[in-house]
Design a protein around this ligand. Structure first.
Ligand code: CMC
Length: 427
Protein backbone atom coordinates (compact mmCIF):
# COMPACT_ATOMS: atom_id res chain seq x y z
CA UNK A 1 0.00 0.00 0.00
CA UNK A 2 1.25 3.51 -0.83
CA UNK A 3 0.44 6.79 0.83
CA UNK A 4 0.96 10.18 -0.73
CA UNK A 5 0.26 13.37 1.17
CA UNK A 6 -0.29 16.49 -0.89
CA UNK A 7 0.72 19.60 1.02
CA UNK A 8 0.79 22.94 -0.79
CA UNK A 9 0.53 21.06 -4.09
CA UNK A 10 3.68 19.10 -3.23
CA UNK A 11 3.29 15.30 -3.26
CA UNK A 12 5.08 13.60 -0.37
CA UNK A 13 5.40 9.83 -0.32
CA UNK A 14 4.98 8.41 3.19
CA UNK A 15 6.08 4.85 3.91
CA UNK A 16 3.33 2.48 5.06
CA UNK A 17 4.23 -0.23 7.57
CA UNK A 18 2.30 -3.47 7.80
CA UNK A 19 1.76 -5.42 11.02
CA UNK A 20 1.10 -9.16 11.14
CA UNK A 21 -2.59 -8.39 11.81
CA UNK A 22 -4.49 -5.18 12.37
CA UNK A 23 -4.45 -1.83 10.60
CA UNK A 24 -1.39 -0.69 8.66
CA UNK A 25 0.30 2.49 9.84
CA UNK A 26 1.51 5.52 7.90
CA UNK A 27 5.05 6.28 9.04
CA UNK A 28 5.09 10.07 9.40
CA UNK A 29 8.36 10.23 11.34
CA UNK A 30 10.04 12.25 8.52
CA UNK A 31 7.07 14.58 8.01
CA UNK A 32 8.36 17.46 10.12
CA UNK A 33 11.69 17.44 8.26
CA UNK A 34 9.84 17.40 4.92
CA UNK A 35 7.17 20.00 5.68
CA UNK A 36 7.87 21.81 8.97
CA UNK A 37 4.45 20.59 10.14
CA UNK A 38 3.42 18.29 12.98
CA UNK A 39 0.41 15.98 13.06
CA UNK A 40 -2.28 16.58 15.70
CA UNK A 41 -3.96 13.68 17.51
CA UNK A 42 -4.90 14.41 21.14
CA UNK A 43 -5.72 11.20 22.98
CA UNK A 44 -3.77 9.22 20.34
CA UNK A 45 -6.96 7.98 18.67
CA UNK A 46 -5.21 7.50 15.31
CA UNK A 47 -1.60 7.20 16.38
CA UNK A 48 0.51 4.11 16.99
CA UNK A 49 3.13 5.13 19.53
CA UNK A 50 5.37 2.08 19.06
CA UNK A 51 5.85 -1.27 17.38
CA UNK A 52 5.03 -4.23 19.66
CA UNK A 53 4.82 -8.03 19.49
CA UNK A 54 3.11 -8.58 22.84
CA UNK A 55 -0.65 -8.02 22.80
CA UNK A 56 -3.17 -7.60 20.01
CA UNK A 57 -6.70 -6.22 20.33
CA UNK A 58 -9.37 -6.11 17.64
CA UNK A 59 -11.88 -3.80 19.26
CA UNK A 60 -14.56 -4.22 16.60
CA UNK A 61 -14.53 -8.01 16.83
CA UNK A 62 -13.92 -8.14 20.59
CA UNK A 63 -10.65 -10.08 20.27
CA UNK A 64 -7.74 -10.01 22.72
CA UNK A 65 -4.57 -12.05 22.09
CA UNK A 66 -1.49 -12.34 24.30
CA UNK A 67 1.43 -13.29 22.02
CA UNK A 68 -1.17 -14.71 19.63
CA UNK A 69 -3.11 -16.78 22.18
CA UNK A 70 -6.81 -15.87 22.71
CA UNK A 71 -7.55 -14.58 26.20
CA UNK A 72 -10.40 -17.06 26.75
CA UNK A 73 -8.09 -20.04 26.13
CA UNK A 74 -5.44 -18.71 28.49
CA UNK A 75 -8.05 -17.92 31.16
CA UNK A 76 -9.65 -21.34 30.79
CA UNK A 77 -6.55 -23.54 30.66
CA UNK A 78 -3.57 -21.52 31.84
CA UNK A 79 -2.41 -19.97 35.07
CA UNK A 80 -1.16 -16.49 35.87
CA UNK A 81 2.56 -17.23 36.19
CA UNK A 82 2.49 -19.11 32.90
CA UNK A 83 0.84 -16.03 31.37
CA UNK A 84 3.62 -13.90 32.87
CA UNK A 85 6.21 -16.14 31.22
CA UNK A 86 4.36 -15.91 27.90
CA UNK A 87 4.14 -12.12 28.02
CA UNK A 88 7.78 -11.72 29.02
CA UNK A 89 9.42 -14.29 26.73
CA UNK A 90 6.97 -14.67 23.84
CA UNK A 91 6.26 -18.42 24.15
CA UNK A 92 4.41 -20.64 26.59
CA UNK A 93 6.94 -22.35 28.88
CA UNK A 94 7.82 -26.04 28.71
CA UNK A 95 7.23 -27.96 31.96
CA UNK A 96 10.90 -27.43 32.98
CA UNK A 97 10.82 -23.72 32.08
CA UNK A 98 7.57 -23.29 34.00
CA UNK A 99 8.96 -24.99 37.11
CA UNK A 100 12.11 -22.85 36.94
CA UNK A 101 10.17 -19.60 36.42
CA UNK A 102 7.71 -20.36 39.24
CA UNK A 103 10.67 -21.16 41.52
CA UNK A 104 12.49 -17.93 40.64
CA UNK A 105 9.41 -15.75 41.19
CA UNK A 106 8.61 -17.55 44.44
CA UNK A 107 12.13 -16.94 45.83
CA UNK A 108 11.64 -13.18 45.49
CA UNK A 109 8.32 -12.83 47.33
CA UNK A 110 9.70 -11.36 50.56
CA UNK A 111 10.36 -7.65 50.74
CA UNK A 112 13.27 -6.02 52.55
CA UNK A 113 12.29 -6.06 56.21
CA UNK A 114 12.89 -2.35 56.54
CA UNK A 115 9.89 -1.87 54.24
CA UNK A 116 7.79 -2.63 57.36
CA UNK A 117 9.07 0.62 58.88
CA UNK A 118 8.49 2.47 55.63
CA UNK A 119 4.82 1.38 55.78
CA UNK A 120 4.28 2.69 59.28
CA UNK A 121 4.88 6.23 57.99
CA UNK A 122 1.50 6.14 56.25
CA UNK A 123 -1.76 7.14 57.91
CA UNK A 124 -3.96 4.11 58.53
CA UNK A 125 -6.66 5.57 56.28
CA UNK A 126 -4.29 6.13 53.33
CA UNK A 127 -5.70 4.82 50.07
CA UNK A 128 -3.83 1.58 49.26
CA UNK A 129 -3.12 2.87 45.74
CA UNK A 130 -1.24 5.81 47.30
CA UNK A 131 0.75 3.27 49.30
CA UNK A 132 1.43 1.19 46.18
CA UNK A 133 2.70 4.17 44.16
CA UNK A 134 5.04 5.07 47.02
CA UNK A 135 6.20 1.58 48.01
CA UNK A 136 6.91 0.36 44.46
CA UNK A 137 8.81 3.60 43.77
CA UNK A 138 10.66 3.03 47.06
CA UNK A 139 11.86 -0.42 45.90
CA UNK A 140 14.51 1.46 43.90
CA UNK A 141 15.85 2.74 47.23
CA UNK A 142 16.00 -0.80 48.64
CA UNK A 143 17.31 -2.75 45.63
CA UNK A 144 20.16 -0.66 44.18
CA UNK A 145 21.65 -3.74 42.59
CA UNK A 146 18.86 -3.94 39.99
CA UNK A 147 18.44 -0.36 38.78
CA UNK A 148 21.06 -0.28 36.02
CA UNK A 149 18.91 -0.62 32.93
CA UNK A 150 21.89 -1.14 30.61
CA UNK A 151 22.60 -4.50 32.31
CA UNK A 152 20.25 -7.30 31.06
CA UNK A 153 20.83 -9.31 34.25
CA UNK A 154 19.79 -6.40 36.47
CA UNK A 155 16.74 -5.80 34.29
CA UNK A 156 15.76 -9.46 34.69
CA UNK A 157 16.21 -9.35 38.48
CA UNK A 158 14.19 -6.13 38.76
CA UNK A 159 11.40 -7.74 36.70
CA UNK A 160 11.33 -10.87 38.89
CA UNK A 161 11.38 -8.76 42.01
CA UNK A 162 8.40 -6.68 40.98
CA UNK A 163 6.26 -9.61 39.79
CA UNK A 164 7.08 -11.48 43.01
CA UNK A 165 6.78 -8.59 45.48
CA UNK A 166 3.63 -6.92 44.18
CA UNK A 167 1.34 -9.42 45.99
CA UNK A 168 3.37 -8.96 49.19
CA UNK A 169 3.19 -5.16 48.99
CA UNK A 170 -0.50 -5.22 48.03
CA UNK A 171 -1.31 -7.48 50.98
CA UNK A 172 0.76 -5.27 53.29
CA UNK A 173 -1.17 -2.19 52.11
CA UNK A 174 -4.40 -4.01 52.95
CA UNK A 175 -3.28 -5.34 56.32
CA UNK A 176 -1.97 -1.93 57.31
CA UNK A 177 -5.31 -0.28 56.50
CA UNK A 178 -7.20 -2.66 58.79
CA UNK A 179 -4.64 -2.63 61.58
CA UNK A 180 -3.63 -6.29 61.31
CA UNK A 181 -0.05 -7.58 61.37
CA UNK A 182 1.67 -8.26 58.06
CA UNK A 183 1.64 -11.92 57.02
CA UNK A 184 4.88 -13.16 55.45
CA UNK A 185 4.67 -15.12 52.18
CA UNK A 186 4.55 -18.89 52.41
CA UNK A 187 6.42 -20.20 49.42
CA UNK A 188 4.95 -23.69 49.20
CA UNK A 189 1.73 -22.04 48.03
CA UNK A 190 1.13 -21.00 44.44
CA UNK A 191 1.32 -17.29 43.57
CA UNK A 192 -2.37 -16.46 43.97
CA UNK A 193 -3.04 -18.70 47.00
CA UNK A 194 -0.06 -17.09 48.67
CA UNK A 195 -1.55 -13.67 48.01
CA UNK A 196 -4.96 -14.67 49.41
CA UNK A 197 -3.25 -15.99 52.54
CA UNK A 198 -1.19 -12.82 52.99
CA UNK A 199 -4.43 -10.80 52.75
CA UNK A 200 -6.78 -12.86 54.87
CA UNK A 201 -4.76 -14.97 57.33
CA UNK A 202 -4.21 -13.79 60.90
CA UNK A 203 -1.56 -15.18 63.27
CA UNK A 204 -4.23 -16.31 65.74
CA UNK A 205 -5.87 -18.84 63.38
CA UNK A 206 -5.15 -21.45 60.75
CA UNK A 207 -5.99 -20.20 57.26
CA UNK A 208 -7.00 -22.61 54.54
CA UNK A 209 -6.98 -21.29 50.97
CA UNK A 210 -10.21 -21.96 49.10
CA UNK A 211 -9.03 -23.43 45.74
CA UNK A 212 -12.12 -22.19 43.87
CA UNK A 213 -11.50 -18.61 45.00
CA UNK A 214 -7.78 -18.91 44.32
CA UNK A 215 -8.43 -20.19 40.79
CA UNK A 216 -10.99 -17.41 40.18
CA UNK A 217 -8.57 -14.71 41.35
CA UNK A 218 -5.77 -16.25 39.28
CA UNK A 219 -8.06 -15.99 36.25
CA UNK A 220 -8.83 -12.35 37.10
CA UNK A 221 -5.07 -11.73 37.14
CA UNK A 222 -4.74 -13.36 33.69
CA UNK A 223 -7.51 -11.12 32.32
CA UNK A 224 -5.72 -7.99 33.57
CA UNK A 225 -2.14 -8.98 32.69
CA UNK A 226 -1.71 -6.80 29.60
CA UNK A 227 -3.76 -4.64 27.27
CA UNK A 228 -1.32 -3.15 24.72
CA UNK A 229 -0.75 0.63 24.68
CA UNK A 230 -3.35 1.80 27.24
CA UNK A 231 -2.76 4.93 29.35
CA UNK A 232 -0.74 3.30 32.15
CA UNK A 233 1.37 1.18 29.77
CA UNK A 234 2.09 4.24 27.64
CA UNK A 235 3.04 6.03 30.87
CA UNK A 236 5.48 3.25 31.75
CA UNK A 237 6.99 3.35 28.26
CA UNK A 238 7.31 7.14 28.31
CA UNK A 239 8.86 7.14 31.78
CA UNK A 240 11.21 4.33 30.73
CA UNK A 241 12.22 6.09 27.52
CA UNK A 242 14.22 8.61 29.58
CA UNK A 243 16.25 5.77 31.11
CA UNK A 244 14.46 5.92 34.50
CA UNK A 245 14.89 2.81 36.65
CA UNK A 246 12.27 0.05 36.34
CA UNK A 247 10.78 0.52 39.83
CA UNK A 248 10.21 4.23 39.15
CA UNK A 249 8.62 3.41 35.77
CA UNK A 250 6.18 0.89 37.26
CA UNK A 251 5.32 3.35 40.05
CA UNK A 252 4.43 5.85 37.29
CA UNK A 253 2.19 3.22 35.69
CA UNK A 254 0.43 2.56 39.00
CA UNK A 255 -0.20 6.31 39.43
CA UNK A 256 -1.80 6.49 36.00
CA UNK A 257 -3.85 3.33 36.54
CA UNK A 258 -5.43 4.85 39.63
CA UNK A 259 -7.64 7.24 37.59
CA UNK A 260 -11.38 6.41 37.39
CA UNK A 261 -11.36 6.37 33.57
CA UNK A 262 -8.76 3.57 33.71
CA UNK A 263 -8.08 1.07 36.53
CA UNK A 264 -10.07 3.05 39.08
CA UNK A 265 -13.25 2.17 37.16
CA UNK A 266 -13.76 -1.14 39.01
CA UNK A 267 -13.99 0.70 42.33
CA UNK A 268 -16.21 3.37 40.73
CA UNK A 269 -18.43 0.70 39.11
CA UNK A 270 -19.11 -1.04 42.41
CA UNK A 271 -19.81 2.26 44.17
CA UNK A 272 -22.24 3.09 41.36
CA UNK A 273 -24.06 -0.26 41.72
CA UNK A 274 -24.31 0.33 45.49
CA UNK A 275 -25.66 3.82 44.89
CA UNK A 276 -28.28 2.55 42.45
CA UNK A 277 -29.18 -0.05 45.07
CA UNK A 278 -32.30 -1.57 43.51
CA UNK A 279 -33.28 -2.36 39.90
CA UNK A 280 -36.20 0.09 39.95
CA UNK A 281 -33.74 3.01 40.14
CA UNK A 282 -31.86 1.96 36.99
CA UNK A 283 -33.85 4.15 34.54
CA UNK A 284 -32.94 7.22 36.61
CA UNK A 285 -29.22 6.41 36.24
CA UNK A 286 -29.50 5.54 32.56
CA UNK A 287 -31.11 8.96 32.03
CA UNK A 288 -28.28 10.64 33.97
CA UNK A 289 -25.68 8.84 31.85
CA UNK A 290 -27.38 10.06 28.67
CA UNK A 291 -27.81 13.65 29.85
CA UNK A 292 -25.09 15.80 28.24
CA UNK A 293 -25.40 18.35 31.07
CA UNK A 294 -24.67 15.70 33.69
CA UNK A 295 -21.04 14.51 34.00
CA UNK A 296 -22.22 11.09 35.26
CA UNK A 297 -21.16 8.08 33.17
CA UNK A 298 -22.13 4.46 33.59
CA UNK A 299 -18.94 3.11 35.15
CA UNK A 300 -17.84 -0.22 33.71
CA UNK A 301 -19.32 0.71 30.34
CA UNK A 302 -17.52 1.82 27.19
CA UNK A 303 -13.96 1.43 26.05
CA UNK A 304 -11.61 3.38 23.81
CA UNK A 305 -10.77 0.30 21.76
CA UNK A 306 -13.63 -2.22 22.21
CA UNK A 307 -16.63 -1.26 20.18
CA UNK A 308 -18.08 -4.69 20.87
CA UNK A 309 -18.44 -6.78 24.04
CA UNK A 310 -15.11 -6.71 25.93
CA UNK A 311 -13.95 -10.38 25.71
CA UNK A 312 -12.60 -10.09 29.26
CA UNK A 313 -16.05 -9.04 30.53
CA UNK A 314 -17.60 -12.34 29.35
CA UNK A 315 -15.05 -14.40 31.28
CA UNK A 316 -15.37 -12.07 34.25
CA UNK A 317 -19.15 -12.53 34.30
CA UNK A 318 -18.73 -16.33 34.37
CA UNK A 319 -16.15 -16.03 37.15
CA UNK A 320 -18.54 -13.85 39.17
CA UNK A 321 -21.17 -16.60 39.11
CA UNK A 322 -18.59 -19.25 40.07
CA UNK A 323 -17.41 -17.22 43.06
CA UNK A 324 -20.91 -16.37 44.28
CA UNK A 325 -21.95 -20.05 43.96
CA UNK A 326 -18.88 -21.21 45.87
CA UNK A 327 -19.58 -18.74 48.64
CA UNK A 328 -23.24 -19.75 48.74
CA UNK A 329 -24.39 -16.21 47.87
CA UNK A 330 -27.72 -16.97 46.23
CA UNK A 331 -29.19 -13.47 46.06
CA UNK A 332 -26.72 -10.67 45.71
CA UNK A 333 -28.62 -7.40 45.28
CA UNK A 334 -25.63 -5.84 43.52
CA UNK A 335 -25.54 -8.66 40.99
CA UNK A 336 -29.28 -8.21 40.40
CA UNK A 337 -28.72 -4.52 39.70
CA UNK A 338 -25.72 -5.28 37.46
CA UNK A 339 -27.53 -7.91 35.36
CA UNK A 340 -30.58 -5.71 34.93
CA UNK A 341 -28.51 -2.60 34.17
CA UNK A 342 -26.57 -4.50 31.53
CA UNK A 343 -29.79 -5.74 29.89
CA UNK A 344 -31.34 -2.28 29.82
CA UNK A 345 -28.20 -0.51 28.58
CA UNK A 346 -27.56 -3.07 25.83
CA UNK A 347 -31.02 -2.34 24.41
CA UNK A 348 -30.93 1.43 24.87
CA UNK A 349 -30.49 3.41 21.64
CA UNK A 350 -27.85 5.74 23.17
CA UNK A 351 -25.58 2.87 24.24
CA UNK A 352 -26.22 0.85 21.07
CA UNK A 353 -25.44 3.77 18.78
CA UNK A 354 -22.25 4.69 20.65
CA UNK A 355 -21.25 1.02 20.89
CA UNK A 356 -20.96 1.16 24.67
CA UNK A 357 -20.72 -2.38 26.08
CA UNK A 358 -19.80 -3.61 29.56
CA UNK A 359 -16.04 -3.70 30.05
CA UNK A 360 -13.98 -5.88 32.41
CA UNK A 361 -14.62 -3.57 35.34
CA UNK A 362 -18.37 -4.00 35.29
CA UNK A 363 -18.37 -7.42 36.97
CA UNK A 364 -14.96 -7.52 38.64
CA UNK A 365 -16.03 -5.40 41.63
CA UNK A 366 -18.89 -7.74 42.58
CA UNK A 367 -16.52 -10.71 42.45
CA UNK A 368 -13.74 -9.09 44.47
CA UNK A 369 -16.20 -7.80 47.06
CA UNK A 370 -17.64 -11.30 47.49
CA UNK A 371 -14.10 -12.60 48.05
CA UNK A 372 -13.71 -10.15 50.92
CA UNK A 373 -11.71 -7.32 49.35
CA UNK A 374 -12.77 -3.76 50.19
CA UNK A 375 -13.42 -1.48 47.18
CA UNK A 376 -10.23 0.49 47.84
CA UNK A 377 -8.23 -2.67 47.04
CA UNK A 378 -9.79 -3.30 43.61
CA UNK A 379 -7.41 -1.12 41.63
CA UNK A 380 -4.50 -2.50 43.65
CA UNK A 381 -5.36 -5.99 42.39
CA UNK A 382 -5.47 -4.60 38.85
CA UNK A 383 -2.01 -3.06 39.37
CA UNK A 384 -0.68 -6.33 40.76
CA UNK A 385 -1.79 -8.22 37.65
CA UNK A 386 -0.82 -5.50 35.15
CA UNK A 387 2.72 -5.26 36.49
CA UNK A 388 3.86 -8.09 34.21
CA UNK A 389 2.35 -6.36 31.17
CA UNK A 390 4.08 -3.12 32.07
CA UNK A 391 7.38 -4.95 32.53
CA UNK A 392 7.05 -6.86 29.26
CA UNK A 393 6.30 -3.62 27.38
CA UNK A 394 9.10 -1.75 29.15
CA UNK A 395 11.60 -4.55 28.37
CA UNK A 396 10.52 -4.67 24.73
CA UNK A 397 11.16 -0.94 24.49
CA UNK A 398 14.54 -1.02 26.25
CA UNK A 399 15.71 -3.93 24.07
CA UNK A 400 14.72 -2.13 20.87
CA UNK A 401 17.96 -0.66 19.42
CA UNK A 402 16.03 2.16 17.74
CA UNK A 403 14.50 3.28 21.06
CA UNK A 404 14.65 7.05 21.72
CA UNK A 405 13.24 9.27 24.42
CA UNK A 406 9.48 9.82 23.92
CA UNK A 407 8.89 13.47 23.20
CA UNK A 408 5.49 14.49 21.75
CA UNK A 409 5.16 17.91 20.11
CA UNK A 410 2.32 20.42 20.49
CA UNK A 411 0.11 22.92 18.73
CA UNK A 412 0.99 26.14 20.59
CA UNK A 413 -1.99 28.48 21.04
CA UNK A 414 -0.60 30.83 23.73
CA UNK A 415 0.75 34.37 23.56
CA UNK A 416 3.30 35.29 20.92
CA UNK A 417 6.59 36.81 22.12
CA UNK A 418 6.22 39.96 24.24
CA UNK A 419 8.52 42.07 26.42
CA UNK A 420 8.80 41.73 30.19
CA UNK A 421 7.09 44.53 32.18
CA UNK A 422 8.31 45.37 35.72
CA UNK A 423 5.87 45.23 38.66
CA UNK A 424 5.43 49.07 39.03
CA UNK A 425 4.82 49.40 35.29
CA UNK A 426 2.03 46.77 35.42
CA UNK A 427 -0.28 49.17 37.33
N1 CMC B 1 -21.57 6.28 30.03
C1 CMC B 1 -22.23 7.18 29.27
N2 CMC B 1 -21.74 7.70 28.13
C2 CMC B 1 -20.53 7.29 27.73
C3 CMC B 1 -19.78 6.35 28.46
C4 CMC B 1 -20.35 5.84 29.65
N3 CMC B 1 -19.69 4.96 30.39
N4 CMC B 1 -18.61 6.12 27.85
C5 CMC B 1 -18.60 6.89 26.76
N5 CMC B 1 -19.76 7.60 26.69
C6 CMC B 1 -20.16 8.52 25.60
C7 CMC B 1 -19.45 9.85 25.73
O1 CMC B 1 -20.20 10.78 26.48
C8 CMC B 1 -19.29 10.26 24.29
O2 CMC B 1 -20.53 10.78 23.85
P1 CMC B 1 -20.56 11.96 22.73
O3 CMC B 1 -19.92 11.38 21.51
O4 CMC B 1 -22.01 12.24 22.56
O5 CMC B 1 -19.78 13.09 23.31
C9 CMC B 1 -19.07 8.93 23.56
O6 CMC B 1 -19.70 7.94 24.38
C10 CMC B 1 -17.61 8.58 23.33
O7 CMC B 1 -16.95 8.68 24.61
P2 CMC B 1 -15.46 9.17 24.78
O8 CMC B 1 -15.28 9.67 26.17
O9 CMC B 1 -15.11 10.11 23.66
O10 CMC B 1 -14.72 7.81 24.55
P3 CMC B 1 -13.25 7.47 25.00
O11 CMC B 1 -12.77 6.43 24.09
O12 CMC B 1 -12.43 8.72 25.12
O13 CMC B 1 -13.45 6.92 26.50
C11 CMC B 1 -13.72 5.49 28.35
C12 CMC B 1 -13.38 5.59 26.86
C13 CMC B 1 -13.45 4.07 28.83
C14 CMC B 1 -12.82 6.46 29.13
C15 CMC B 1 -15.21 5.86 28.56
O14 CMC B 1 -16.05 4.96 27.86
C16 CMC B 1 -15.60 5.90 30.05
O15 CMC B 1 -15.40 6.94 30.70
N6 CMC B 1 -16.18 4.77 30.59
C17 CMC B 1 -16.47 4.69 32.01
C18 CMC B 1 -15.19 4.38 32.77
C19 CMC B 1 -14.77 2.93 32.61
O16 CMC B 1 -15.55 2.01 32.73
N7 CMC B 1 -13.45 2.74 32.37
C20 CMC B 1 -12.85 1.40 32.31
C21 CMC B 1 -12.25 1.09 30.99
S1 CMC B 1 -11.82 -0.65 30.86
C22 CMC B 1 -10.53 -0.90 32.00
C23 CMC B 1 -9.30 -0.16 31.67
O17 CMC B 1 -8.79 -0.29 30.54
O18 CMC B 1 -8.79 0.54 32.54
Amino acid sequence: MDCTLIIDNKALEQPVKEGTIGPSVIDISKLYGQTGMFTYDPGFTSTASCESKITYIDGDEGILLYRGYPIDQLAEHGDFLETCYLLLYGELPTAAQKADFDYRVTRHTMVHDQMNRFFTGFRRDAHPMAIMVASVGALSAFYHDSTDISDPHQRMIASMRMIAKMPTLAAMAYKYSIGQPFVYPQNDLDYTSNFLRMCFAVPAEEYKVNPVLSRALDRIFILHADHEQNASTSTVRLAGSSGANPFACIAAGIACLWGPAHGGANEAALKMLEEIGTPDRIPEYIAKAKDKNDPFRLMGFGHRVYKNYDPRARIMQKTTHEVLNELGIKDDPLLDVAVELEQIALKDEYFVEKKLYPNIDFYSGITLKAMGFPTSMFTVLFALARTVGWIAQWSEMIEDPSQRIGRPRQLYTGETERDYVTVPQRG
